[in-house]
Write a protein that binds this ligand. Structure first.
Ligand SMILES: [Zn+2]
Ligand SMILES: [Zn+2]
Length: 607
Protein backbone atom coordinates (compact mmCIF):
# COMPACT_ATOMS: atom_id res chain seq x y z
CA UNK A 1 0.00 0.00 0.00
CA UNK A 2 1.62 3.31 -1.01
CA UNK A 3 2.24 5.72 1.84
CA UNK A 4 1.66 9.40 1.54
CA UNK A 5 4.98 11.20 1.20
CA UNK A 6 5.80 14.28 3.21
CA UNK A 7 8.83 16.03 1.77
CA UNK A 8 10.57 19.40 1.90
CA UNK A 9 10.59 21.51 -1.29
CA UNK A 10 13.26 20.11 -3.63
CA UNK A 11 16.74 21.59 -3.33
CA UNK A 12 18.10 23.08 -6.58
CA UNK A 13 20.86 21.30 -8.46
CA UNK A 14 23.60 22.46 -8.87
CA UNK A 15 23.07 24.38 -5.67
CA UNK A 16 25.94 26.87 -6.09
CA UNK A 17 24.39 28.37 -9.23
CA UNK A 18 20.86 28.63 -7.91
CA UNK A 19 18.69 31.51 -6.76
CA UNK A 20 18.20 29.80 -3.39
CA UNK A 21 21.94 29.70 -2.82
CA UNK A 22 22.13 33.45 -3.42
CA UNK A 23 19.11 34.16 -1.22
CA UNK A 24 20.49 32.10 1.66
CA UNK A 25 23.98 33.48 1.34
CA UNK A 26 22.64 37.03 1.32
CA UNK A 27 20.55 36.33 4.42
CA UNK A 28 23.67 35.17 6.25
CA UNK A 29 25.19 38.61 5.59
CA UNK A 30 21.98 40.40 6.58
CA UNK A 31 21.84 38.40 9.81
CA UNK A 32 25.46 39.30 10.57
CA UNK A 33 24.62 42.98 10.11
CA UNK A 34 21.66 42.70 12.48
CA UNK A 35 23.74 40.85 15.09
CA UNK A 36 26.57 43.40 14.88
CA UNK A 37 24.12 46.25 15.38
CA UNK A 38 22.73 44.52 18.46
CA UNK A 39 26.17 43.53 19.83
CA UNK A 40 28.59 46.15 18.50
CA UNK A 41 31.63 44.37 19.98
CA UNK A 42 30.75 40.98 18.50
CA UNK A 43 33.33 39.11 16.43
CA UNK A 44 32.16 37.44 13.25
CA UNK A 45 33.55 34.18 11.88
CA UNK A 46 31.97 32.43 8.88
CA UNK A 47 28.46 32.37 7.43
CA UNK A 48 27.86 29.99 4.52
CA UNK A 49 24.64 28.84 2.83
CA UNK A 50 23.84 25.20 3.65
CA UNK A 51 21.17 22.67 2.71
CA UNK A 52 17.76 24.23 3.49
CA UNK A 53 19.27 27.46 4.82
CA UNK A 54 22.30 29.22 6.20
CA UNK A 55 24.20 29.94 9.40
CA UNK A 56 26.70 32.41 10.79
CA UNK A 57 29.18 31.87 13.65
CA UNK A 58 29.64 34.69 16.16
CA UNK A 59 31.78 35.38 19.20
CA UNK A 60 29.23 37.20 21.38
CA UNK A 61 29.55 39.03 24.71
CA UNK A 62 26.72 36.99 26.24
CA UNK A 63 24.59 33.93 25.53
CA UNK A 64 21.57 34.70 23.34
CA UNK A 65 17.96 33.70 23.76
CA UNK A 66 14.82 33.04 21.71
CA UNK A 67 13.79 36.69 22.25
CA UNK A 68 17.10 37.85 20.83
CA UNK A 69 16.44 35.74 17.74
CA UNK A 70 13.03 37.36 17.27
CA UNK A 71 14.58 40.81 17.53
CA UNK A 72 17.33 39.91 15.06
CA UNK A 73 14.74 38.49 12.67
CA UNK A 74 12.66 41.69 12.87
CA UNK A 75 15.70 43.83 12.15
CA UNK A 76 16.59 41.59 9.18
CA UNK A 77 13.14 42.29 7.69
CA UNK A 78 13.79 46.03 7.98
CA UNK A 79 17.14 45.65 6.21
CA UNK A 80 15.47 43.61 3.45
CA UNK A 81 12.87 46.35 2.99
CA UNK A 82 15.70 48.87 2.37
CA UNK A 83 16.43 47.22 -1.05
CA UNK A 84 20.16 47.66 -0.48
CA UNK A 85 22.35 46.56 -3.40
CA UNK A 86 25.10 43.96 -2.83
CA UNK A 87 28.32 45.46 -4.16
CA UNK A 88 31.40 43.40 -4.87
CA UNK A 89 34.94 44.77 -4.80
CA UNK A 90 38.43 43.35 -5.05
CA UNK A 91 40.67 44.42 -2.18
CA UNK A 92 44.42 44.34 -1.70
CA UNK A 93 45.90 42.40 1.25
CA UNK A 94 46.61 45.72 3.03
CA UNK A 95 43.07 46.97 2.50
CA UNK A 96 41.63 43.68 3.70
CA UNK A 97 43.74 43.71 6.86
CA UNK A 98 42.73 47.31 7.58
CA UNK A 99 39.04 46.67 6.87
CA UNK A 100 38.87 43.72 9.28
CA UNK A 101 41.39 44.93 11.85
CA UNK A 102 38.86 44.43 14.67
CA UNK A 103 37.81 41.02 13.43
CA UNK A 104 40.46 38.45 14.42
CA UNK A 105 38.66 35.49 12.81
CA UNK A 106 38.47 37.31 9.49
CA UNK A 107 42.16 38.24 9.76
CA UNK A 108 43.01 34.57 10.18
CA UNK A 109 40.91 33.70 7.11
CA UNK A 110 42.58 36.46 5.08
CA UNK A 111 46.04 35.08 5.87
CA UNK A 112 44.82 31.60 4.90
CA UNK A 113 43.53 32.86 1.56
CA UNK A 114 46.88 34.55 0.91
CA UNK A 115 49.12 31.74 2.12
CA UNK A 116 47.15 28.52 1.61
CA UNK A 117 44.88 29.56 -1.24
CA UNK A 118 41.67 28.63 0.60
CA UNK A 119 38.24 30.22 0.21
CA UNK A 120 36.66 32.71 2.62
CA UNK A 121 35.51 29.88 4.87
CA UNK A 122 39.02 28.43 5.19
CA UNK A 123 38.05 25.48 2.94
CA UNK A 124 39.90 24.28 -0.17
CA UNK A 125 38.73 26.08 -3.32
CA UNK A 126 36.89 24.13 -6.02
CA UNK A 127 39.39 22.94 -8.67
CA UNK A 128 40.21 25.62 -11.22
CA UNK A 129 39.28 28.58 -9.01
CA UNK A 130 41.90 31.11 -7.96
CA UNK A 131 42.11 32.50 -4.43
CA UNK A 132 40.91 36.11 -4.39
CA UNK A 133 40.37 38.77 -1.77
CA UNK A 134 36.95 40.20 -2.47
CA UNK A 135 34.26 41.72 -0.31
CA UNK A 136 30.55 42.15 -0.67
CA UNK A 137 28.88 45.16 0.88
CA UNK A 138 25.20 45.91 1.43
CA UNK A 139 23.92 48.78 3.55
CA UNK A 140 26.50 49.21 6.35
CA UNK A 141 27.86 45.66 6.36
CA UNK A 142 30.88 44.51 4.41
CA UNK A 143 32.08 40.89 4.53
CA UNK A 144 35.04 38.97 3.19
CA UNK A 145 33.24 37.03 0.48
CA UNK A 146 33.36 35.48 -2.97
CA UNK A 147 29.60 35.69 -3.45
CA UNK A 148 27.36 35.16 -5.25
CA UNK A 149 24.52 37.24 -3.84
CA UNK A 150 21.16 38.61 -4.90
CA UNK A 151 21.40 41.97 -6.65
CA UNK A 152 19.69 43.80 -3.79
CA UNK A 153 18.03 42.84 -0.50
CA UNK A 154 14.60 43.51 -2.00
CA UNK A 155 14.92 40.27 -3.97
CA UNK A 156 14.48 38.31 -0.74
CA UNK A 157 10.96 37.48 0.38
CA UNK A 158 10.80 38.76 3.98
CA UNK A 159 8.16 36.16 4.84
CA UNK A 160 10.07 33.20 3.44
CA UNK A 161 12.88 32.91 6.01
CA UNK A 162 13.11 32.05 9.69
CA UNK A 163 15.86 31.88 12.30
CA UNK A 164 15.68 28.35 13.61
CA UNK A 165 18.14 27.57 16.36
CA UNK A 166 21.29 28.37 18.27
CA UNK A 167 24.17 25.94 18.70
CA UNK A 168 27.74 25.96 19.95
CA UNK A 169 30.43 25.45 17.31
CA UNK A 170 34.20 25.45 17.75
CA UNK A 171 36.11 27.86 15.59
CA UNK A 172 37.28 25.79 12.62
CA UNK A 173 35.77 22.70 14.24
CA UNK A 174 38.76 22.51 16.59
CA UNK A 175 37.92 21.84 20.24
CA UNK A 176 41.08 23.63 21.34
CA UNK A 177 39.86 26.85 19.72
CA UNK A 178 37.11 29.18 21.04
CA UNK A 179 33.52 27.99 21.19
CA UNK A 180 31.37 30.27 19.03
CA UNK A 181 27.63 30.82 18.83
CA UNK A 182 26.11 29.52 15.63
CA UNK A 183 22.73 30.86 14.55
CA UNK A 184 20.89 28.72 12.01
CA UNK A 185 18.24 30.02 9.65
CA UNK A 186 16.15 28.52 6.91
CA UNK A 187 15.18 30.39 3.74
CA UNK A 188 13.05 29.76 0.67
CA UNK A 189 11.68 31.58 -2.33
CA UNK A 190 8.12 31.86 -1.06
CA UNK A 191 6.21 31.64 2.23
CA UNK A 192 4.52 28.55 0.83
CA UNK A 193 7.86 26.78 0.44
CA UNK A 194 8.84 27.84 3.95
CA UNK A 195 5.59 26.37 5.31
CA UNK A 196 6.18 23.12 3.44
CA UNK A 197 9.68 22.89 4.92
CA UNK A 198 8.52 23.65 8.47
CA UNK A 199 5.74 21.08 8.13
CA UNK A 200 8.21 18.47 7.05
CA UNK A 201 10.50 19.32 9.95
CA UNK A 202 7.59 19.03 12.36
CA UNK A 203 6.67 15.65 10.89
CA UNK A 204 10.27 14.45 11.19
CA UNK A 205 10.30 15.52 14.84
CA UNK A 206 7.06 13.66 15.50
CA UNK A 207 8.55 10.56 13.91
CA UNK A 208 11.94 10.80 15.65
CA UNK A 209 12.74 7.17 16.46
CA UNK A 210 14.43 8.05 19.75
CA UNK A 211 11.24 9.61 21.04
CA UNK A 212 8.90 6.98 19.56
CA UNK A 213 11.20 4.21 20.79
CA UNK A 214 10.65 5.44 24.36
CA UNK A 215 6.93 6.14 23.97
CA UNK A 216 6.27 2.73 22.44
CA UNK A 217 8.51 1.00 24.99
CA UNK A 218 10.82 -0.50 22.36
CA UNK A 219 14.35 0.31 23.52
CA UNK A 220 16.38 2.38 25.94
CA UNK A 221 19.91 3.68 26.30
CA UNK A 222 21.88 3.65 29.56
CA UNK A 223 25.11 5.45 28.65
CA UNK A 224 26.30 5.67 32.26
CA UNK A 225 25.50 2.13 33.29
CA UNK A 226 25.86 0.01 30.14
CA UNK A 227 27.79 2.39 27.91
CA UNK A 228 27.09 4.95 25.19
CA UNK A 229 25.73 3.65 21.90
CA UNK A 230 24.76 0.26 23.36
CA UNK A 231 20.97 -0.10 23.20
CA UNK A 232 18.82 -2.17 25.56
CA UNK A 233 15.79 -3.70 23.88
CA UNK A 234 12.60 -4.08 25.93
CA UNK A 235 10.22 -7.00 25.21
CA UNK A 236 8.29 -5.07 22.54
CA UNK A 237 11.50 -4.04 20.81
CA UNK A 238 12.94 -7.53 20.98
CA UNK A 239 9.84 -9.00 19.37
CA UNK A 240 10.32 -6.69 16.38
CA UNK A 241 14.00 -7.64 16.13
CA UNK A 242 13.03 -11.28 16.27
CA UNK A 243 10.41 -10.87 13.52
CA UNK A 244 12.82 -8.94 11.31
CA UNK A 245 15.46 -11.61 11.69
CA UNK A 246 13.06 -14.52 11.19
CA UNK A 247 11.75 -12.92 8.04
CA UNK A 248 15.17 -12.42 6.45
CA UNK A 249 16.23 -15.88 7.63
CA UNK A 250 13.20 -17.41 5.94
CA UNK A 251 13.90 -15.61 2.66
CA UNK A 252 17.58 -16.55 2.78
CA UNK A 253 16.79 -20.19 3.46
CA UNK A 254 14.38 -20.20 0.54
CA UNK A 255 17.22 -19.01 -1.73
CA UNK A 256 19.75 -21.59 -0.58
CA UNK A 257 21.62 -19.70 2.11
CA UNK A 258 22.86 -21.62 5.16
CA UNK A 259 23.02 -20.02 8.58
CA UNK A 260 26.13 -20.23 10.73
CA UNK A 261 27.16 -18.89 14.12
CA UNK A 262 30.51 -17.40 15.08
CA UNK A 263 31.45 -15.86 18.44
CA UNK A 264 31.87 -12.22 19.47
CA UNK A 265 35.49 -12.69 20.49
CA UNK A 266 38.28 -13.36 18.01
CA UNK A 267 42.06 -13.52 18.23
CA UNK A 268 43.70 -10.36 17.02
CA UNK A 269 46.05 -12.35 14.78
CA UNK A 270 43.18 -13.25 12.49
CA UNK A 271 42.52 -9.56 11.87
CA UNK A 272 46.22 -9.03 11.21
CA UNK A 273 46.10 -11.74 8.56
CA UNK A 274 42.84 -10.50 7.02
CA UNK A 275 44.20 -6.96 6.78
CA UNK A 276 41.61 -5.41 9.10
CA UNK A 277 44.20 -4.43 11.68
CA UNK A 278 45.95 -2.32 9.05
CA UNK A 279 42.87 -0.74 7.53
CA UNK A 280 40.20 -0.81 10.16
CA UNK A 281 41.87 -0.61 13.60
CA UNK A 282 40.38 2.79 14.50
CA UNK A 283 36.87 1.28 14.36
CA UNK A 284 37.81 -1.63 16.64
CA UNK A 285 37.54 -1.66 20.42
CA UNK A 286 40.92 -1.84 22.19
CA UNK A 287 42.49 -5.29 22.61
CA UNK A 288 41.82 -7.63 25.52
CA UNK A 289 45.02 -9.24 26.69
CA UNK A 290 45.05 -12.70 28.25
CA UNK A 291 48.66 -13.64 28.86
CA UNK A 292 50.12 -14.55 25.47
CA UNK A 293 46.79 -14.25 23.72
CA UNK A 294 45.27 -11.02 22.48
CA UNK A 295 41.58 -10.86 21.61
CA UNK A 296 39.31 -8.34 19.95
CA UNK A 297 35.57 -7.84 19.94
CA UNK A 298 34.38 -8.84 16.48
CA UNK A 299 33.93 -5.76 14.23
CA UNK A 300 32.92 -7.85 11.18
CA UNK A 301 32.21 -11.46 10.34
CA UNK A 302 34.22 -12.03 7.21
CA UNK A 303 37.40 -13.49 8.80
CA UNK A 304 35.34 -15.79 11.04
CA UNK A 305 33.21 -17.06 8.15
CA UNK A 306 36.28 -17.58 5.98
CA UNK A 307 38.04 -19.50 8.76
CA UNK A 308 34.95 -21.66 9.08
CA UNK A 309 35.01 -22.33 5.32
CA UNK A 310 38.60 -23.49 5.65
CA UNK A 311 37.95 -25.68 8.69
CA UNK A 312 35.09 -27.49 6.99
CA UNK A 313 37.60 -29.34 4.84
CA UNK A 314 38.66 -29.31 1.19
CA UNK A 315 36.06 -27.81 -1.10
CA UNK A 316 35.31 -28.90 -4.64
CA UNK A 317 33.93 -26.53 -7.28
CA UNK A 318 30.84 -28.74 -7.22
CA UNK A 319 29.99 -27.45 -3.72
CA UNK A 320 30.10 -23.83 -4.80
CA UNK A 321 28.45 -21.47 -4.35
CA UNK A 322 28.42 -21.81 -0.57
CA UNK A 323 26.38 -19.13 1.13
CA UNK A 324 26.97 -18.47 4.84
CA UNK A 325 24.57 -16.11 6.60
CA UNK A 326 24.61 -14.90 10.19
CA UNK A 327 22.80 -12.36 12.34
CA UNK A 328 25.82 -11.31 14.29
CA UNK A 329 26.17 -8.57 16.83
CA UNK A 330 29.35 -6.65 16.04
CA UNK A 331 31.17 -3.98 18.02
CA UNK A 332 32.48 -0.84 16.40
CA UNK A 333 34.30 1.97 18.06
CA UNK A 334 32.20 4.93 16.86
CA UNK A 335 33.16 8.28 18.36
CA UNK A 336 30.92 9.24 21.29
CA UNK A 337 29.98 12.53 19.65
CA UNK A 338 28.81 10.72 16.51
CA UNK A 339 26.49 8.24 18.21
CA UNK A 340 22.88 8.90 17.28
CA UNK A 341 19.93 6.88 18.58
CA UNK A 342 19.72 3.55 16.80
CA UNK A 343 21.11 4.93 13.55
CA UNK A 344 24.70 5.08 14.87
CA UNK A 345 25.49 2.60 17.65
CA UNK A 346 28.51 0.74 19.00
CA UNK A 347 26.79 -2.66 19.21
CA UNK A 348 25.12 -3.49 15.91
CA UNK A 349 23.61 -6.61 14.45
CA UNK A 350 24.26 -7.22 10.79
CA UNK A 351 22.20 -9.48 8.57
CA UNK A 352 25.43 -10.53 7.03
CA UNK A 353 26.25 -13.16 4.45
CA UNK A 354 29.34 -14.36 2.62
CA UNK A 355 29.00 -16.16 -0.64
CA UNK A 356 31.95 -18.30 -1.72
CA UNK A 357 31.88 -18.82 -5.46
CA UNK A 358 33.94 -19.23 -8.62
CA UNK A 359 34.62 -16.12 -10.74
CA UNK A 360 32.14 -17.46 -13.31
CA UNK A 361 29.38 -17.51 -10.69
CA UNK A 362 29.63 -13.83 -9.72
CA UNK A 363 26.84 -12.67 -12.01
CA UNK A 364 24.38 -15.33 -10.97
CA UNK A 365 25.08 -14.88 -7.25
CA UNK A 366 24.90 -11.12 -7.53
CA UNK A 367 21.54 -11.45 -9.32
CA UNK A 368 20.26 -13.73 -6.57
CA UNK A 369 21.34 -11.24 -3.89
CA UNK A 370 19.53 -8.47 -5.79
CA UNK A 371 16.39 -10.59 -5.79
CA UNK A 372 16.55 -11.21 -2.04
CA UNK A 373 17.12 -7.52 -1.33
CA UNK A 374 14.17 -6.45 -3.51
CA UNK A 375 11.90 -9.00 -1.87
CA UNK A 376 12.89 -7.90 1.64
CA UNK A 377 12.75 -4.14 1.03
CA UNK A 378 9.33 -4.56 -0.62
CA UNK A 379 7.96 -6.23 2.49
CA UNK A 380 9.05 -3.15 4.48
CA UNK A 381 7.31 -0.87 1.96
CA UNK A 382 10.54 0.54 0.61
CA UNK A 383 9.70 0.59 -3.07
CA UNK A 384 11.46 3.82 -3.96
CA UNK A 385 15.17 3.10 -4.29
CA UNK A 386 18.09 3.34 -6.65
CA UNK A 387 21.34 1.46 -6.81
CA UNK A 388 24.82 2.94 -6.75
CA UNK A 389 27.33 0.80 -8.60
CA UNK A 390 30.79 1.64 -7.23
CA UNK A 391 33.53 0.97 -9.73
CA UNK A 392 37.28 1.25 -9.91
CA UNK A 393 38.72 4.69 -10.66
CA UNK A 394 42.07 6.15 -11.57
CA UNK A 395 45.06 5.51 -9.36
CA UNK A 396 46.97 2.60 -7.97
CA UNK A 397 45.00 1.73 -4.86
CA UNK A 398 42.97 -0.94 -6.66
CA UNK A 399 44.02 -4.56 -6.85
CA UNK A 400 46.06 -4.87 -10.01
CA UNK A 401 44.22 -7.51 -11.96
CA UNK A 402 42.70 -5.98 -15.05
CA UNK A 403 40.88 -9.11 -16.13
CA UNK A 404 39.21 -9.76 -12.77
CA UNK A 405 37.94 -6.20 -12.50
CA UNK A 406 36.64 -6.05 -16.02
CA UNK A 407 34.80 -9.33 -15.72
CA UNK A 408 33.34 -8.52 -12.32
CA UNK A 409 32.19 -5.05 -13.34
CA UNK A 410 30.57 -6.44 -16.47
CA UNK A 411 28.87 -9.18 -14.43
CA UNK A 412 27.42 -6.64 -12.00
CA UNK A 413 26.11 -4.42 -14.80
CA UNK A 414 24.56 -7.36 -16.61
CA UNK A 415 22.79 -8.53 -13.45
CA UNK A 416 21.46 -5.03 -12.71
CA UNK A 417 20.22 -4.67 -16.28
CA UNK A 418 18.54 -8.07 -16.17
CA UNK A 419 16.83 -7.15 -12.89
CA UNK A 420 15.55 -3.93 -14.49
CA UNK A 421 16.89 -1.87 -11.59
CA UNK A 422 17.56 1.84 -11.79
CA UNK A 423 21.26 2.36 -11.11
CA UNK A 424 24.01 4.90 -11.55
CA UNK A 425 27.73 4.30 -11.76
CA UNK A 426 30.20 5.84 -9.33
CA UNK A 427 33.72 5.46 -10.74
CA UNK A 428 36.42 5.60 -8.09
CA UNK A 429 34.02 4.68 -5.26
CA UNK A 430 34.87 0.97 -5.16
CA UNK A 431 36.92 -0.53 -2.33
CA UNK A 432 40.45 -1.47 -3.33
CA UNK A 433 39.45 -5.15 -3.29
CA UNK A 434 36.47 -5.11 -5.66
CA UNK A 435 33.36 -3.40 -7.06
CA UNK A 436 30.13 -3.13 -5.06
CA UNK A 437 26.48 -2.15 -5.28
CA UNK A 438 24.58 -0.20 -2.61
CA UNK A 439 20.84 0.28 -2.35
CA UNK A 440 19.77 3.84 -1.56
CA UNK A 441 16.17 3.80 -0.39
CA UNK A 442 13.95 6.85 0.07
CA UNK A 443 11.63 6.94 3.09
CA UNK A 444 8.23 8.68 3.37
CA UNK A 445 9.99 11.88 4.43
CA UNK A 446 11.96 11.87 1.17
CA UNK A 447 15.25 11.11 2.93
CA UNK A 448 17.64 8.72 1.26
CA UNK A 449 19.24 5.93 3.31
CA UNK A 450 21.94 3.53 2.28
CA UNK A 451 20.64 0.10 3.24
CA UNK A 452 21.69 -3.05 1.40
CA UNK A 453 25.17 -3.74 0.11
CA UNK A 454 26.72 -6.37 -2.13
CA UNK A 455 30.51 -6.25 -2.27
CA UNK A 456 32.77 -8.34 -4.51
CA UNK A 457 36.07 -9.30 -2.85
CA UNK A 458 39.14 -10.56 -4.73
CA UNK A 459 41.55 -10.13 -1.81
CA UNK A 460 40.52 -11.47 1.58
CA UNK A 461 39.97 -15.07 0.35
CA UNK A 462 43.56 -15.11 -0.88
CA UNK A 463 44.96 -13.48 2.26
CA UNK A 464 43.26 -16.08 4.42
CA UNK A 465 44.32 -18.93 2.16
CA UNK A 466 40.90 -20.14 0.95
CA UNK A 467 40.84 -22.63 -1.89
CA UNK A 468 38.63 -24.93 -3.88
CA UNK A 469 39.56 -27.68 -6.29
CA UNK A 470 38.50 -26.81 -9.82
CA UNK A 471 37.40 -29.14 -12.65
CA UNK A 472 41.08 -29.18 -13.69
CA UNK A 473 42.03 -30.83 -10.38
CA UNK A 474 44.02 -27.73 -9.39
CA UNK A 475 43.51 -25.47 -6.35
CA UNK A 476 41.95 -22.06 -7.03
CA UNK A 477 40.99 -19.10 -4.83
CA UNK A 478 37.26 -18.49 -4.57
CA UNK A 479 35.71 -15.05 -4.93
CA UNK A 480 33.70 -13.88 -1.92
CA UNK A 481 30.61 -11.68 -2.07
CA UNK A 482 29.90 -9.79 1.16
CA UNK A 483 26.22 -9.02 1.37
CA UNK A 484 23.88 -7.32 3.86
CA UNK A 485 20.16 -6.97 3.18
CA UNK A 486 18.87 -4.41 5.67
CA UNK A 487 22.36 -3.41 6.79
CA UNK A 488 22.08 -3.55 10.55
CA UNK A 489 18.99 -4.49 12.52
CA UNK A 490 19.33 -1.53 14.88
CA UNK A 491 19.77 1.16 12.25
CA UNK A 492 17.12 -0.34 10.00
CA UNK A 493 14.68 -0.47 12.91
CA UNK A 494 15.39 3.20 13.62
CA UNK A 495 14.64 4.02 9.97
CA UNK A 496 11.50 1.83 10.01
CA UNK A 497 10.13 3.56 13.11
CA UNK A 498 10.39 6.91 11.32
CA UNK A 499 9.18 5.49 7.98
CA UNK A 500 6.01 4.11 9.64
CA UNK A 501 5.75 6.81 12.35
CA UNK A 502 5.71 3.88 14.81
CA UNK A 503 2.59 2.35 13.19
CA UNK A 504 4.24 -0.88 12.06
CA UNK A 505 2.52 -3.08 9.49
CA UNK A 506 0.42 -5.76 11.13
CA UNK A 507 2.99 -8.53 10.61
CA UNK A 508 5.62 -6.50 12.46
CA UNK A 509 3.54 -4.81 15.19
CA UNK A 510 4.74 -5.94 18.64
CA UNK A 511 1.14 -6.04 19.85
CA UNK A 512 -1.32 -6.75 17.05
CA UNK A 513 -4.57 -6.50 18.97
CA UNK A 514 -5.74 -5.31 22.36
CA UNK A 515 -8.91 -6.53 24.07
CA UNK A 516 -10.83 -3.72 25.75
CA UNK A 517 -13.50 -4.93 28.20
CA UNK A 518 -16.13 -2.22 28.80
CA UNK A 519 -16.57 -3.09 32.49
CA UNK A 520 -15.06 -5.55 34.95
CA UNK A 521 -17.72 -8.13 34.24
CA UNK A 522 -16.45 -8.44 30.66
CA UNK A 523 -12.83 -9.17 31.65
CA UNK A 524 -13.27 -12.94 31.81
CA UNK A 525 -14.68 -13.03 28.25
CA UNK A 526 -11.88 -10.74 27.04
CA UNK A 527 -9.29 -13.14 28.48
CA UNK A 528 -11.00 -16.08 26.87
CA UNK A 529 -10.97 -14.37 23.45
CA UNK A 530 -7.32 -13.33 23.91
CA UNK A 531 -6.34 -16.92 24.63
CA UNK A 532 -8.05 -18.10 21.44
CA UNK A 533 -6.40 -15.41 19.33
CA UNK A 534 -2.99 -16.24 20.83
CA UNK A 535 -3.55 -19.84 19.93
CA UNK A 536 -4.18 -18.69 16.36
CA UNK A 537 -0.74 -17.01 16.44
CA UNK A 538 -1.69 -13.39 17.18
CA UNK A 539 0.17 -11.13 19.61
CA UNK A 540 -2.60 -9.95 21.92
CA UNK A 541 -2.98 -7.99 25.15
CA UNK A 542 -5.95 -7.47 27.47
CA UNK A 543 -6.36 -3.99 28.89
CA UNK A 544 -8.11 -4.82 32.20
CA UNK A 545 -7.11 -1.52 33.84
CA UNK A 546 -9.62 0.69 35.60
CA UNK A 547 -9.81 3.53 33.02
CA UNK A 548 -12.93 4.10 30.98
CA UNK A 549 -13.25 2.54 27.55
CA UNK A 550 -12.55 5.77 25.65
CA UNK A 551 -9.31 6.30 27.57
CA UNK A 552 -8.24 2.74 26.76
CA UNK A 553 -8.95 3.25 23.06
CA UNK A 554 -6.95 6.47 23.12
CA UNK A 555 -4.05 4.69 24.83
CA UNK A 556 -4.10 1.87 22.27
CA UNK A 557 -4.11 4.42 19.43
CA UNK A 558 -1.06 6.16 20.92
CA UNK A 559 0.62 2.76 21.12
CA UNK A 560 -0.29 2.36 17.41
CA UNK A 561 -1.85 -1.08 18.00
CA UNK A 562 -3.50 -2.15 14.70
CA UNK A 563 -6.74 -3.60 16.17
CA UNK A 564 -8.77 -2.66 19.23
CA UNK A 565 -11.34 -5.27 20.17
CA UNK A 566 -14.02 -3.83 22.41
CA UNK A 567 -16.17 -6.32 24.34
CA UNK A 568 -19.37 -5.58 26.31
CA UNK A 569 -22.66 -7.33 27.05
CA UNK A 570 -23.66 -7.65 23.41
CA UNK A 571 -20.32 -9.15 22.35
CA UNK A 572 -20.34 -11.62 25.28
CA UNK A 573 -23.85 -12.69 24.36
CA UNK A 574 -23.17 -13.07 20.64
CA UNK A 575 -19.63 -14.40 20.95
CA UNK A 576 -18.17 -11.51 18.88
CA UNK A 577 -15.71 -8.60 19.21
CA UNK A 578 -16.31 -4.97 18.12
CA UNK A 579 -13.33 -4.12 15.93
CA UNK A 580 -11.76 -0.66 15.71
CA UNK A 581 -8.65 0.23 13.72
CA UNK A 582 -5.82 2.50 14.92
CA UNK A 583 -6.91 4.99 12.25
CA UNK A 584 -10.13 5.45 14.22
CA UNK A 585 -12.25 3.49 11.75
CA UNK A 586 -14.96 1.33 13.30
CA UNK A 587 -15.55 -2.06 11.65
CA UNK A 588 -18.37 -3.13 14.02
CA UNK A 589 -18.96 -6.57 15.52
CA UNK A 590 -17.18 -9.61 14.04
CA UNK A 591 -16.93 -13.27 14.94
CA UNK A 592 -13.43 -14.43 15.85
CA UNK A 593 -13.19 -16.35 12.59
CA UNK A 594 -14.11 -13.27 10.55
CA UNK A 595 -11.63 -11.15 12.53
CA UNK A 596 -8.81 -13.64 11.99
CA UNK A 597 -9.58 -13.67 8.26
CA UNK A 598 -9.42 -9.87 8.23
CA UNK A 599 -6.02 -9.94 9.98
CA UNK A 600 -4.71 -12.45 7.48
CA UNK A 601 -5.91 -10.32 4.56
CA UNK A 602 -4.29 -7.23 6.03
CA UNK A 603 -0.98 -9.04 6.53
CA UNK A 604 -1.02 -10.26 2.94
CA UNK A 605 -1.88 -6.79 1.67
CA UNK A 606 1.04 -5.37 3.65
CA UNK A 607 -1.20 -3.11 5.78
ZN1 LIG B 1 29.45 35.83 1.99
ZN1 LIG C 1 32.13 -9.42 4.99
Amino acid sequence: MPQQKITPPPEPEPYENSDLYRIRHSLAHIMAQAVLEKFPGAKIAIGPPIKYGFYYDFDLPRPISEEDLEEIEARMREIIAGKHPFVRRVVSPEEARELFKDQPYKLELIEDILQRGTDEYGEPLPPGEKPVLTTYKHDTFEDLCRGPHVEHTGQINPKAFKLMSIAGAYWRGDEKRPMLTRIYGTAWRTPKELRQYLNWLEEAKKRDHRRLGRELGLFYFAPDEVGPGIPLFAPKGEIIRHLMESFVREVQTKYGYQHVWTAHLVKEDLYRQSGHLDNYAEFMFPPMVDGEDVYRLKPMNCPSHMTLYKKMGKHSYKELPLRFAEFATLYRYEKKGELLGLTRVRALTQDDAHIFCTPEQIQEEFALALKIIQEVLGRYRFTDYRVRLSLRGEGGKYVQDEEKWEKAEAALRAALDAAGLEYFEAPGEAAFYGPKADFLATDVLGREWQLSTIQVDFIQPARLGLTYVGPDGQEHTPVVLHRAVTGTTERFLGILIEHFAGAFPVWLAPVQAVLIPITDRHVAYAREVAAKLREAGLRVEVDDGSERMQAKIRKAQLQKIPYMLVVGDKEVEQGTVAVRLRSGKNLGPMTLEAFLRKVQEDIEAGV
